[in-house]
Design a protein around this ligand. Structure first.
Ligand SMILES: Cc1ncc(COP(=O)(O)O)c(C=O)c1O
Length: 419
């Protein structure tokens, strides 16, 4: 099969391998792919805009957005073009050299974030590891060896061993012992608890401004203001993990703009590459503290990823997709609130296009699969919580279609007493 991808400068004829039957692919997947998650018996094949299609040709309206990653929708033309152009120039140099897209991307990212310096990586967990290392370096140099980081219960910071230790998921407590030491967990929006946890061993406080995996819970303004004050008082660093909330997702380019409070360290991931694995840790010039050997990575600042990130950020800015996320987020929330009159939906919440609502305990996974059967992807982040994080390109007609399918799924569950 030939797919013709039209680019502004030239047309690429991509020879696509003919697809193997789905049942063969599934059998091979079950035989060879290490089990880490329960996955449905479908195989994804291609995507376009708000839609993703499986190998049977069935289309799904995607309100999971690649797990808050596909900020520009599926296979956006700007990403295709940037990757094709950069791949023809230079795919990879070495982390030992600068490259042009890296410099341009760093410049633009610093300009829009108000930060001064950036370290690039590939995943959110790595960006957060970099943040923790930089905070510990600050502790070693300026806080008499302080190395503890305060994080929040119910938070999520990634799946490396250190980030599993930083994450405040109670069910992860006993996993993969021994844990990485030096992470203290305190409850969200409880300033007294945080204040009480600060000691002369503390070098940083790390928070998500809206807890994403934890079910879409925002920090209060008073709490964040208090955290900034604590950090300033003791010279400890305030780290914002904006891996999920960053780059337009919450209706502002950065979620901290909602609060008017700046971090000392900012981490980004997911939407920054719009599907290309890319992340970043940004900081102020005064925390440019690493020495050779402290931090690095084979793929840091790799040209292909840098070209992708630059193109994605330029597109987000040019189309003002943060404002669009704000507008359509409000629309989505009010459509969901209307449904509360008819269906067992409670506590519709969120900012921009990071939205959640609750359903009776145990209903969320059933609702997600009933929606999937009907061609809609939504995420059951817990047994009683549905999370929505569509691409920032979502339009009113997608929201209308989403609500219609959600209604059908609820009608089915409630009539079959399966809910
Ligand atoms: C807030 C936050 N931080 C970090 C991560 C980890 O990112 P990654 O899976 O790219 O390592 C996630 C992923 O969901 C996240 O939501």
């Amino acid at each position: 099969m030939n797919a013709s991808v039209s680019l502004s400068h030239h047309t690429l004829d991509i020879e696509q391998p003919s697809l193997q039957p789905t049942d063969e692919l599934l059998a091979a997947a079950k035989q060879h792919i290490l089990f880490t998650a329960n996955r449905p018996d479908i195989v994804m094949a291609r995507g376009e805009g708000m839609m993703i299609y499986d190998t049977e040709g069935k289309g799904y309206l995607d309100f999971i957005g690649g797990w808050a990653v596909n900020s520009l929708g599926h296979s956006p033309a700007v990403l295709q073009e940037a990757l094709a152009r950069q791949a023809s120039q230079l795919v990879h140099a070495s982390p030992g050299f600068y490259n042009e897209p890296q410099v341009k991307f760093a410049e633009l990212l610093c300009q829009v974030s108000g930060m001064d310096k950036v370290f690039f990586a590939s995943t959110g967990a790595e960006a957060n590891e970099s943040a923790v290392k930089l905070a510990r370096k600050h502790g070693a140099l300026h806080l008499d060896g302080a190395c503890e980081i305060i994080t929040l219960t119910n938070s999520f910071h990634g799946r490396t061993l250190a980030m599993m230790s930083a994450t405040g998921k109670p069910q992860w407590g006993p996993l993969f012992a021994p844990k990485v030491d030096g992470f203290i967990h305190v409850p969200i929006n409880d300033l007294d608890a945080c204040f009480a946890a600060v000691t002369n061993r503390t070098c940083a406080i790390m928070v998500e401004l809206v807890q994403g995996e934890g079910g879409v819970h925002a920090l209060s303004e008073a709490y964040l203001y208090g955290l900034r004050k604590i950090c300033d008082m003791y010279g400890i660093l305030l780290i914002f993990d904006e891996v999920q909330t960053g780059l337009g997702r919450t209706g502002k380019l950065f979620a901290y703009e909602h609060y008017g409070i700046q971090p000392d360290i900012l981490t980004l991931g997911k939407g920054i590459g719009a599907g290309f694995p890319l992340s970043a840790m940004l900081t102020k010039a005064r925390f440019d503290l690493f020495q050779p050997g402290d931090q690095g990575g084979t793929y840091t600042g790799q040209p292909l990823g840098m070209a992708a990130g630059l193109a994605v950020l330029q597109e987000l800015l040019e189309r003002d997709l943060a404002a669009s996320a704000d507008k359509h987020g409000h629309e989505l929330i009010s459509r969901l609130e209307e449904l509360t009159a008819t269906y067992p939906i409670t506590d519709v919440r969120g900012k921009g296009l990071l939205i959640a609502f609750d359903v009776p305990e145990g209903m969320a996974p059933k609702l997600a699969s009933a929606c999937m059967e009907r061609g809609l992807l939504i995420n059951a982040t817990r047994a009683s919580t549905i999370r929505l994080m569509p691409a920032l390109i979502v339009q009113t007609q997608h929201i209308e279609a989403m609500v219609s399918i959600l209604r059908l799924a609820f009608d089915h569950l409630l009539s079959s007493h399966d809910g």
